[in-house]
Write a protein of this length. Structure first.
Length: 190
C-alpha cells in the first residue's frame, strides 16, 4: 500500500512584494506565525479581507514568502458565495490573466487583482520520492480515502520539486467530502 499524508488547505492569499507594500506599507515584511508542511512556506500573522460586489470574507490568512504574482486560493463554495467563477488552476502557475478579479483589503488599503483561483488537488513529491513511486511532474493520479466518508480523488496533479515534502493538498470542500478536518491519509491507486 502506498499511504499518502493528506492536508486540507483553507482559503488563503499569496502576495507579491509590491502588493504587500500597497496593503501594509513600504518595506513591510510578513511576520511568521507558523511553518507550513512545505519547506520554506509559512502562515503569517497578517490577514486580509477579500471581497466582491456580492460579499466579503474577512480575516483570510496571508501565506509567505511573497510570490512573483498575487494569488487568492478559494474553494468552490467560497467562489459561489463571492459570486465568482474562477478557473481551476495549479496553485504555483497562476499567470494573472487566467484568474478572476477580486478585491483584497487591509483596512482602508485595497487592491483589485486578477488573482482568484480554485487550486487543483495536488501531490507534492521530491524527485527521489517521485522516482520511487514511478511518477513525474504533471502526472495525474487517483487517491483513495477510507473511512466513514470514503471516496476516491481522481485527477490529483503530481508536482515534483527538490524542496517538496511528500504531501497531498486538498481544499476545504474536498476535505469535508472525505471527512478530513485538517490532516488525514489516503492510498495511491496505480
Amino acid at each position: 500500500m502506498n499511504e499518502i499524508p493528506i492536508e486540507v488547505s483553507a482559503r488563503h492569499v499569496h502576495l507579491s512584494e509590491g502588493d504587500l507594500e500597497d496593503l501594509f506599507g513600504e518595506g513591510f515584511v510578513l511576520v511568521k506565525q507558523k511553518d507550513l508542511s512545505q519547506e520554506g512556506e509559512f502562515a503569517s500573522e497578517e490577514v486580509v479581507n477579500i471581497k466582491t460586489a456580492q460579499k466579503e470574507i474577512r480575516n483570510v490568512r496571508v501565506l509567505g514568502p511573497c510570490r512573483r504574482l498575487t494569488q487568492v486560493e478559494i474553494s468552490k463554495t467560497d467562489a459561489y458565495e463571492l459570486g465568482l467563477t474562477p478557473p481551476m488552476k495549479e496553485c504555483t502557475r497562476v499567470d494573472g490573466e487566467m484568474a478572476e478579479t477580486i478585491t483584497i483589503c487591509n483596512g482602508d488599503r485595497c487592491i483589485e487583482r486578477a488573482a482568484a483561483i480554485v487550486a487543483y488537488r495536488h501531490l507534492h513529491l521530491s524527485p527521489q520520492k517521485a522516482q520511487e513511486l514511478g511518477f513525474k511532474d504533471d502526472d495525474n493520479i487517483s487517491v483513495r480515502v477510507a473511512g466513514e466518508r470514503s471516496l476516491t480523488f481522481h485527477n490529483v496533479l503530481v508536482r515534483v520539486a527538490p524542496n517538496f515534502r511528500y504531501q497531498m493538498h486538498i481544499d476545504i470542500d474536498e476535505g469535508n467530502a472525505a471527512g478530513i478536518l485538517e490532516k488525514g491519509t489516503g492510498e495511491i491507486i496505480k
